[in-house]
Design a protein around this ligand. Structure first.
Ligand code: 9MG
Length: 285
């Protein structure tokens, strides 16, 4: 019988085997001029690299570089523009000592990013775009397959599910089957329920409450709740004031089995996880 718990204690990410015996922090590096939470100030290459280095200094275990905004209603970006934003940053950070993940759904960007030295592909479309599976199957990169209902432009219009947890579970199982049938080793796959991607606030919180059911699939669970509207809906805070709410939601996710948390506020999340880890695992007399 397959030992499911063993499968989620590490993730093969290209050059790295990411140890997941403790939860890890993925720092978000937005390389888009219209980034929803930083007003676009990190969109130039130099600013993006400087921001990435700051997140590394704060303790990020891996970085997620994105050249196309995925916020609801965001405009699409051409392949050429996305490559122009992402490739120079991969080149500058290639030897930074942690895995570099690229947030993209475009097969050509996936291939170019992997050729340039990226270690992981984070695809909000779950590798469903034509050519995406083929772009990653033959490499050794880590993968994050995320659930999204609809597409970023319209996904928040009227999300509908029979049962949000069952539907997301079924979707993720189908993506795992597709990836493995294409030759992707199970140890390269992480799964993400896609908070905020075609989900109402109550649907997001039900998914968070029952995240252990997704973790029970046996693959590392990666989550992103940082500064999202589900945090603002409960705290009443504007995007720039959602750090405490985001950290609390990340801890709730980790408590329910998440192993990688994708965040803007790396330093605060690292501290919170140190405390969580000490409470949970460090033996005291
Ligand atoms: C790119 N991106 C924005 N939000 C995200 C989330 O929740 N998960 C993943 N994997 N990627 C995200």
């Amino acid at each position: 019988m397959t030992d499911l718990s063993a499968r989620s204690t590490a993730l093969r990410c290209g050059r790295y085997l990411l140890d997941l015996s403790r939860p890890r922090v993925m720092g978000i590096v937005n390389l888009t001029p219209d980034s929803f939470s930083d007003g676009g100030k990190h969109h130039t290459v130099d600013a993006g690299v400087a921001h990435a280095r700051q997140l590394l200094a704060e303790g990020a275990d891996l970085l997620d570089l994105g050249g196309e905004s995925t916020r609801p209603g965001a405009a699409e970006v051409s392949e050429a523009d996305e490559l122009a934003r992402v490739l120079p940053v991969i080149h500058a950070l290639r030897d930074c000592g942690v895995p570099l993940s690229i947030d993209t759904a475009k097969p050509a960007v996936m291939r170019a990013a992997l050729d340039a030295g990226a270690d992981m592909i984070n695809d909000i479309w779950g590798f469903r775009q034509p050519g995406a599976l083929e772009a990653v199957a033959g490499s050794n990169c880590g993968l994050c397959a995320m659930h999204m209902q609809g597409e970023p432009r319209t996904m928040q219009t009227a999300p509908e599910y029979d049962d949000v947890v069952e539907d997301v579970l079924r979707f993720l199982q189908v993506q795992v089957a597709r990836l493995e049938a294409a030759g992707v080793a199970p140890g390269r796959i992480s799964l993400d329920p896609g908070f905020g991607f075609g989900k109402t606030v109550p649907q997001n919180y039900r998914l968070l409450r029952e995240l252990d059911r997704i973790a029970a699939l046996g693959y590392p669970v990666l989550i992103g709740v940082s500064r999202k509207s589900m945090i603002g809906a409960v705290t009443g805070k504007a995007v720039g004031d959602r750090m405490a709410g985001s950290v609390a939601a990340a801890l709730s996710a980790v408590q329910r089995g998440a192993r990688i948390v994708r965040v803007h506020d790396v330093a605060a999340t690292v501290d919170a996880l140190k405390i969580w880890d000490t409470v949970e695992t460090v033996a005291t007399p």
